[in-house]
Design a protein around this ligand. Structure first.
Ligand code: ZN
Length: 224
């Protein structure tokens, strides 16, 4: 029996599938936080940590938003995609790791990873690291936009090129719509990728599904 067909094998595959993008994200977030801190000057380091009693409700709100986006990504696949939902939930919640210096009492710029610079870096890294999983950079973008839609206050979108702080509160709806669009795109990309892997013979989990998909295609008669 194939390793991935056992509960232990499936759990390990799920852990790798979800853990690798999350680990890459955490590394990038912390790297950018440190780098942009070093690139900022004292007057720009006005970031603060929110009152401790508001951390849990805010985190719950973010995780709920991330899971909702994960559910949206599941729609094109017509099944709950626990991997995409987990990645999206984690990425929405973990973006706030860029508050870490303030938590440790170090003066820092406001939300350095809540910038288009970080998004560009993240999408590039995800695209390179997960070439065969086109849904990963898409769900990462959905998570980023979803987080920004749920946040209020000031940001410096062009950090570290400009530390001019602006409010994005008026952009909540466009950001949320953009997040939903990218989540759906991630779901479609994953469905398409799974179909492609099925065609090329890569294991996709389930002989019945493979046979059903193949027999529904016009070239099924040429399949072995
Ligand atoms: Zn935030």
């Amino acid at each position: 029996m194939a390793a991935e067909a056992t509960p232990m094998g499936s759990a390990r595959a799920w852990l790798v599938e979800t853990g690798s993008p999350i680990l890459l994200f955490v590394s990038l977030d912390l790297f950018v936080t440190l780098l942009f801190l070093l690139l900022s000057t004292s007057p720009e380091r006005i970031g603060t940590f929110r009152p401790v009693d508001t951390v849990a409700p805010k985190l719950a709100e973010l995780l709920a938003a991330g899971f909702a986006l994960g559910l949206l990504a599941s729609l094109p696949q017509r099944r709950l995609d626990l991997s995409l939902a987990t990645i999206c939930t984690a990425l929405v919640g973990l973006l706030d790791l860029d508050h870490l210096p303030a938590l440790l009492g170090v003066a820092q710029p406001v939300r350095p990873a809540h910038s288009v610079t970080f998004l560009a870096l993240e999408v590039f890294a995800m695209f390179v690291a997960f070439r065969r999983r086109k849904e990963v950079p898409l769900i990462a973008t959905a998570a980023f936009l979803g987080h920004l839609a749920a946040d209020v206050g000031i940001f410096a979108p062009l950090t570290p090129f400009s530390f001019e702080y602006v409010s994005l509160d008026s952009l909540t709806v466009p950001l949320a719509v953009g997040a939903a669009g990218f989540a759906l795109a991630a779901g479609y990309a994953k469905r398409r990728g799974r179909s492609t892997r099925t065609l090329t013979g890569t294991p996709s989990g389930g002989r019945g599904r493979v046979r059903g998909w193949l027999t529904s295609r016009p070239w099924s008669s040429t399949s072995p």
